[in-house]
Design a protein around this ligand. Structure first.
Ligand code: SF4
Length: 359
């Protein structure tokens, strides 16, 4: 199988261009076609000599995801379901104009991307984990979600639409560590998608060793941890990963990341009625948030068909938020945009796969 050209860094391509005895400016032209113009075919690269285009085509694949389904509209959350070259389906979610979900005063266009087809981590409340893990995404399949959404949504100012990137869609990002890092290098690079590292949030269900590894990388990515329970007992009920990395190990890894990067961490906390919305969670959650200098994002649960969980009523949501604030924890209650469009991660894909099986 040929490697996809959008899985290559500038350095990888430079080495190849040296072997081919190609001048440096040709590489700059190629990168422009790939990341500024987001082309889907070699023939579109009109200022590259035909011989070079043939050489590129013989050496690299260049695939682009096909839009299988889209839900939502420009002024609300939009969900994109992509079909990859092997037929696998993945989701990306575009969230316009929100109130600084990940630390900025106003996140204008936040895109949430997938890193795996399915997920092996089996969080009990999640649609993505329902059918297990199928495969890791390649770097180009992560990068292309950004480029493909920008192609769908254009035109936009300054050549780019996505201001913020959240690596939180389908899959456990840190379980696909090497491909993710390569994709993030490309998305962050001035020759690539030009998204600042401080505007990229990497989310994890709590893989403590990989959090430490990420802390050693020379990038200032934000870290978001899907906590969803502030005691081992509560978290363990809904997140099997807690058996392998209990809260002590997870907190120590997060603290290491926080100290190394000097950056605020976000703790994601999906409120599920009768499971983790009890006020007994407040004291341990506040203690952890203070220790990590973390902000807590409370997200009322989005119902997933076939799963027994439900969201607490608004009174219970507000009481949980107020109790946290009383403990001087920076917290937000995020009533998900797109509640009506199967907003929970993996639902659109799951529904489409079920329909395909029935047809
Ligand atoms: S919440 Fe994230 S880590 Fe957990 S099963 Fe779903 S996709 Fe996987």
């Amino acid at each position: 199988m040929m490697v996809d050209i959008r899985s290559q860094t500038q350095e990888d391509l430079q080495n190849q261009f040296i072997l081919w005895d190609q001048p440096v400016y040709r590489l700059a032209q190629l990168l422009q076609w790939l990341y500024a113009h987001r082309v889907e075919s070699w023939d579109q690269m009109s200022n590259l000599p035909k011989a070079l285009r043939v050489l590129l085509q013989q050496t690299y694949a260049m695939s682009f995801p096909v839009l299988a389904r889209k839900q939502g509209s420009r002024d609300t959350t939009e969900k994109f379901l992509w079909r990859l070259a092997d037929g696998a389906l993945i989701e990306s979610v575009l969230i316009p104009e929100s109130d600084g979900l990940f630390g900025e005063a106003s996140d204008r266009h936040t895109l949430c991307v997938s890193t795996q087809v399915g997920c092996a981590y089996g969080c009990k409340f999640c649609a993505s984990g329902l059918e297990g893990w199928k495969r890791n995404l390649q770097p180009d399949e992560i990068v292309n979600q950004v480029l493909a959404v920008e192609r769908c949504e254009g035109p936009y100012r300054d050549g780019r639409l996505i201001d913020n990137l959240v690596i939180m869609g389908m899959g456990e990002p840190l379980a696909n560590y090497d491909n993710l890092l390569k994709a993030l290098k490309i998305l962050n690079a001035p020759w690539g998608a030009k998204i600042g590292a401080r505007r990229i949030t990497v989310s994890t269900s709590g893989l403590a060793p990989q959090i430490r590894r990420l802390a050693e990388e020379p990038f200032q990515f934000r870290l978001a941890v899907s906590l969803h329970g502030a005691t081992d007992e509560t978290r363990g009920k809904i997140m099997p990963v807690n058996t392998k990395y209990p809260l002590d190990a997870l907190a120590a890894a997060c603290e290491y990341y926080q100290k190394k990067k000097g950056r605020m961490i976000t703790l994601e906390y999906i409120l599920i009625a009768g499971v983790n919305d009890g006020l007994d969670q407040i004291a341990p959650l506040a203690k952890l948030a203070r220790r990590l200098r973390a902000k807590v994002n409370l997200i009322p649960y989005n119902k997933v068909e076939g799963l027994p969980w439900s969201r607490p009523d608004e009174q219970a949501q507000n009481a949980f938020l107020a109790a946290l604030e009383k403990e001087n924890v920076a917290a937000t209650l995020r009533r998900e945009k797109g509640h009506d469009i199967e907003a929970a991660c993996g639902q659109l894909r799951l529904r489409t796969e079920q329909e395909l099986q029935l047809s």
